[in-house]
Design a protein around this ligand. Structure first.
Ligand code: GLV
Ligand code: MG
Length: 324
């Protein structure tokens, strides 16, 4: 290992992150009763400009009055390029009480963006004598943010998670998409022709680079990488495929832009029982190997070594976190 110890963000389950527009208070109670790990009440893109002020009031009231159980609560503030953002921070912290856990910063472009919000949040917290420190979730959803993702990740002690905002990212990079977070058949490869001249088409994952880059930046700084929205909420299989890929690459969870996606995310990002059993067997086999002075052994015909222990430990820690 490196001599540098990577400090880890507070451990929170982040398998499903349910987006709830602040302008639609009729959805709040249902969201509170859902099985989402994290809820973010949105003041940004799901709220029309004319509704921003009322949405802020709704969110403040909801943080104070609704029983959100043990969920992690977040508010997505408006972008730093708008005149709504400072009052989002000031009013939500000054009037929203202690229930808020996180602030989600959209369209982060530079580490200075994070620094600026940190300064404002720090002043507001001090002014109201807040006991619980607010953490930051940052959406990486512009070319600038993706370019600076490593510096952004390290920009504040409040940082907890990075989120891939695929919709804005596509707009910013001018990527050609079909639906939010979905695949595009034009991003495909053709196999060589077989004897009969036939060939197959394999669709590629056009989001691979972005998600993989975000995962590295997040993990190198002890943050949770989280995959963003999947727009076609009638397509559970499409959601599972997108979430499954993000899970394989190391993400902790995925957004739900519709309540029906919460259960899907919880399932995708919870280790399956067979995986937990396998991890336990790896731990047992390696404990035995170490007793015998060996660094590597074979299990079910495959090599396992000290790195296998670390992988198994990660998986078992996640299973323990889920079972509480
Ligand atoms: C989320 O904010 C996105 O743009 O995908
Ligand atoms: Mg966005």
């Amino acid at each position: 290992m490196s001599f540098k110890i990577v400090e880890q963000a507070p451990a929170r389950l982040n398998r499903s992150e349910l987006a709830v527009p602040g302008s639609q208070p009729q959805l709040f109670e249902k969201a509170a009763k859902s099985s989402a790990d994290v809820i973010f009440l949105d003041l940004e893109d799901a709220v029309a400009p004319d509704d921003k002020v009322q949405a802020r009031k709704n969110v403040i009231e909801a943080l104070r009055d609704i029983d959100w159980g043990t969920k992690t609560m977040s508010v997505r503030i408006n972008g730093l390029d708008t005149h709504f953002m400072y009052r989002d921070v000031v009013d939500v912290i000054e009037q929203g009480g202690e229930r808020l856990d996180l602030i989600m910063i959209p369209k982060v472009g530079t580490p200075e963006d994070v620094y600026a919000v940190d300064m404002l949040v720090t002043q507001c917290e001090a002014a109201v004598g807040r006991k619980k420190r607010i953490g930051f979730e940052m959406i990486i959803e512009t070319a600038l943010g993706m370019q600076n993702v490593h510096a952004i990740s390290a920009a504040s002690k409040r940082n907890e998670s990075l989120h891939f905002g695929v919709a804005d990212y596509a707009a910013s990079t001018k990527a050609k998409t079909t639906n939010i977070g979905g695949a595009n058949p034009a991003y495909s490869i053709l196999t060589d022709k077989d004897e009969k001249g036939g060939r197959d088409v394999h669709w590629g994952d056009m989001w691979h680079y972005a998600i993989a880059r975000m995962v590295v930046a997040a993990r190198a700084n002890g943050l949770r990488p989280v995959d963003g929205p999947f727009g076609d909420f009638g397509d559970a299989d499409g959601y599972k495929a997108a979430g499954g890929r993000a899970n394989v690459l190391g993400c902790e969870g995925k957004w739900a832009i519709h309540p029906s996606q919460v259960a899907l995310a919880n399932e995708i990002f919870s280790p399956a029982e067979a995986e937990v059993k396998k991890a336990e067997r790896i731990m047992e086999a390696m404990a035995q190997a170490q007793k015998e002075g060996k660094g590597a052994v074979s299990l079910d015909g495959r090599l396992i070594d000290l790195a296998s222990i670390r992988q198994a430990e990660v998986l078992l820690a996640k299973a323990r976190q889920i079972s509480g």
